[in-house]
Design a protein around this ligand. Structure first.
Ligand code: ANZ
Ligand code: ZN
Length: 819
């Protein structure tokens, strides 16, 4: 019968699978199976699972289940990234505790996951907001602190006026808060940082290990974010002052072309060197600049602004006096916050020079027109002019020579510079990990001793959590006031919490030994399971989570706690699920609800649709796909399995069965295996569909359902479908008379004897005469056949070197060449 009722199948198998517990990873060292670690980015519990989750977990599960079928000991865990602002905002609105909202949503998502049926090892479940988890954030913080990798400093930070908290650079997207979209402003605050810049070189260099395993686009994003450049630090005297000022330049070769000098208006240096009679104008300018984001300041479209500071810098190579300006296009926290301006060869400097009437001097002869005339700076290579001792040299030679000259006089040196800044760690919000530091008037910063961890959040709710610019924890006086662990005197807890990206920087290690009490993870277990063979998640984490986790791994490596350099061997960024060509959003009213899709079409049809829509990296437009068609296909597949099950008993030997169908089955096994190995899931699904049709044809107009080749096809189909559509597959497996547990049934093997394709003879004619015969496969393409024919020596001989006028191809039997 055509009957296919996904909801009944779901209810039936969900219960039985729970008892079966098929996907538990085996820790025992006796287990001889090779291991694989499969990880999907863990969800944030904001409401129920959405379409994006549906996509990630369908893809991740396809691979994990494939590995299970291949016989690996697979670790495929799940947990929740459950600290964060939305919970806190909900708690303020509802006068509740953030934990109530958080854990209720976790339960909702857990239920939806049970229904969606990824092959998780549920026994390893974790929530980062559990004290048993965040205790280890604090323990790790203490280790970072001991190593000088966690420190506090004052300075300008990014501040979200809406969320009333600081943000890491990585959380500011085009000048806006990554979370709420508010314009980010700069504020002077003392904050905690992780010293990720100490690892900038290794973060960059180790990317060589990720080539091929990570999408190139992702590697490029991280490379640009780390932004290593090489050049020189050059020392300039400021007239009337004692200490010289250092500038960083990537083009020390252009030193003779410097015609003015610029400092960042917000750098302490500007304040220090500004002449008294220019101070008023400078301060007015500085307060204007304070309102701008870095993006705005660096924009090449923006009209250049600046003020003269009334002082001069001295060019170390020729003693020229360069007027010193303050201008917003120079940033205070990059390089040294000051530059030598070379307008002829740097566009920003040229724009500035033309606006303020400053001189332009060409020092690299490139053959291009004078930048002072054209308004276009010439950045390319050429030979040096107007540059004394380096005249005539190429760019590379000039850079080397000028560094040598400067170094000899103690006025400069070769230098490397990074775009990467330290990771701003502290947040002025409640729902996060308390920073385990106690401030003592006598002892200063004192880490909370390990044996006193965790520092548990105090019980606070509702209004008490409302943002006020200082952490809500500051108002929990009983919690704040403690004895100093060192001297016993009255002291106070640090009241900031950690960025929640700390939680996700190492959660995948915790999965290897959940509940471990001796540390964040059992070193032995991580040695066994790590690193992660395949990670699946969104590209939006490119310079956030994926960079932070790499940093953590390197620190843990240095601590001797792990034995690998990189956490994620392979990375897959799934596409987005969009609707009508656009990202789903409330304002567009084009949202698609995962739960609703599942109610309408069933879990299997939704999962199959996600996988069949296209390559996993591509976006899926839900308006272009048809879960209804997927459902119809699954009904057809189930019918084939049902009829095959009724036709022959399980274990019936396929030997002697219909040869044509057997060949299709074994070719499908061969191809699908290769397709899965290269992550071409959509094509693999298409092959499964073709196998279904072939089996259907064999039943209806071939040898019929009692032929054992039909059973072979149907069992192959069931196992393959179990990766994408576990309910339909399990039901079919049962109807084929097999014991429950298709998820571990084992991957079929292709019989090489059945993969051999017969060949046909193709006749090749030149000018109507048969000149050669070729053995080719029956499904050869016209293009391949034409190429083969033209490559034939006999044909070439008859063409005597000339290109044919026309080639008529009738694949696979005939090629006719007109010379
Ligand atoms: C002189 C020069 C001449 C420069 C020239 C470039 C071309 P990357 O490659 O991104 O590291 N620079 C240095 N510090 C800066 C700051 N705090 N704010 C804005 N710009 C700054 O860029 C290095 C170049 O950016 C440096 O080399 C400097 O300009 C500028 F033909 O120095 B250059
Ligand atoms: Zn003390």
């Amino acid at each position: 019968s055509e009957q296919y009722d996904p909801q009944t199948l779901q209810a039936k198998w969900q219960r039985r699978w729970e008892e079966l517990d098929l996907f538990r990873a085996e820790d025992s060292p006796e287990d001889p199976r090779p291991r694989k670690y499969m990880l999907d980015m863990f969800p944030y519990p904001s409401g129920d699972l959405h379409m994006g989750h549906g996509e990630v977990f369908a893809i991740g599960d396809m691979l994990a289940r494939y590995w299970f079928q291949l016989g690996y000991n697979v670790l495929h865990p799940i947990g929740w990234d459950s600290f964060g602002l939305p919970a806190e905002n909900a708690a303020i609105r509802r006068n509740a505790h953030p934990a109530e909202w958080t854990y209720a949503n976790i339960e909702t998502q857990a239920e939806s996951f049970r229904r969606y049926a990824p092959s998780f090892d549920w026994s390893r479940r974790l929530h980062t907001s559990d004290p048993e988890y965040y205790r280890w954030n604090q323990w790790l913080f203490n280790r970072f602190y001991e190593r000088g990798l966690a420190y506090r400093k004052g300075g300008l930070v990014n501040w979200c006026p809406n969320d009333q908290t600081v943000l890491a650079n990585e959380q500011v997207v085009q000048g806006k808060c990554e979370r709420c979209g508010a314009d980010v402003v700069r504020r002077e605050l003392t904050q905690w940082y992780f010293k990720i810049t100490d690892y900038a070189d290794r973060l960059l260099d180790d990317m060589a290990m990720l080539e091929g395993g990570w999408p190139e686009r992702l590697l490029t994003m991280q490379r640009n974010w780390i932004g290593r450049s090489t050049g020189a630090d050059v020392l300039f005297e400021i007239e009337g002052r004692d200490e010289p000022v250092t500038v960083y330049t990537t083009r020390p070769d252009t030193l003779f072309g410097a015609t003015f000098f610029v400092v960042a208006p917000d750098a302490p240096l500007a304040e220090r060197i500004c002449a008294p009679d220019h101070r008023e104008a400078f301060e007015a300018y500085r307060s204007e600049v304070a309102k701008l984001s870095d993006i705005e300041r660096l924009s090449t479209e923006k009209e250049k602004t600046g003020v003269f500071l009334g002082v001069h810098a001295i060019n170390p190579v020729n003693g020229e006096r360069l007027p010193v300006w303050a201008a917003d296009y120079v940033l205070s926290d990059y390089g040294h916050g000051a530059i030598m301006a070379v307008p002829a060869h740097d566009q920003r400097d040229l724009d500035f020079a033309l606006k303020f009437g400053l001189p332009v001097r060409v020092v690299v002869h490139t053959g291009m027109a004078d930048p002072g005339e054209t308004g276009t700076a010439t950045a390319g290579d050429g030979s040096m002019v107007n540059s004394g001792p380096i005249d005539g040299l190429s760019k590379e030679e000039a850079i080397a020579k000028i560094i040598e000259i400067l170094a000899g006089e103690g006025k400069g040196r070769a230098a490397v510079n990074f775009r990467l800044r330290d990771w701003l760690l502290s947040r002025q919000r409640f729902w996060g990990t308390p920073i385990p530091i106690i401030h003592c008037p006598d002892c200063g910063e004192v880490p909370v001793p390990d044996e006193q961890l965790p520092v548990v959040l105090p019980d606070m709710r509702g209004e008490a959590l409302a943002p006020k610019g200082v952490s809500p924890l500051a108002t929990a006086t009983e919690w704040v006031n403690v004895d100093c662990p060192k001297c016993g005197g009255a002291a106070q807890r640090d009241t900031d919490t950690m960025d929640t990206f700390v939680d996700s920087s190492w959660y995948f290690l915790r999965y290897c030994s959940p509940g471990y009490e001796g540390g964040p993870f059992d070193v032995e277990q991580v040695r066994k399971w790590g690193p992660i063979d395949q990670y699946v998640g969104g590209v939006e984490h490119a310079v956030l989570h994926l960079l932070y986790a790499r940093f953590f791994i390197k620190v843990l490596y240095d601590m001797g706690m792990i034995d690998f350099y990189e956490p994620f061997v392979r990375m897959l960024n799934q596409g987005q699920v969009v609707n009508m060509g656009k990202a789903m959003s409330k304002s567009l009213g084009n949202g698609v609800d995962l739960g609703e899709q599942i109610d309408n079409f069933g879990v299997d049809a939704v999962r199959l649709t996600m996988l069949f829509a296209g390559p996993p990296e591509d976006d899926i437009d839900w308006a272009d796909v048809s879960p209804g068609a997927s459902q119809k296909f699954l009904a057809r597949a189930l019918r084939v399995m049902t009829e095959a099950g009724a036709g022959t008993p399980p274990g019936a030997s396929p030997e002697g069965g219909d040869l044509a169908l057997r060949k299709v089955t074994h070719r499908t096994i061969d191809e699908v295996t290769k397709l899965l190995d290269s992550y071409r899931f959509n094509v693999a699904v298409a092959r499964m569909m073709e196998l279904t049709s072939a089996a259907r044809k064999a039943i209806d107009s071939g040898p019929g359902a009692s032929d054992p080749a039909v059973r072979e096809a149907a069992e192959t189909l069931a196992v393959m479908l179990s990766l994408a559509t576990p309910y339909t597959a399990e039901e079919g497996w049962e109807r084929l008379g097999r014991p429950v547990g298709i998820g571990r049934a084992g991957w079929p093997k292709a019989d090489p004897a059945l993969l051999v394709q017969e060949s046909v003879t193709c006749v090749v004619q030149v000018a109507g005469k048969v000149r050669d015969r070729l053995d080719v496969v029956p499904d050869i393409s016209e293009a391949d056949l034409e190429a083969l024919a033209l490559a034939s020596d006999k044909v070439k001989a008859h063409l005597s070197g000339a290109a044919p006028r026309r080639v008529i191809v009738r694949a696979p039997k005939l090629v006719n060449i007109v010379p």
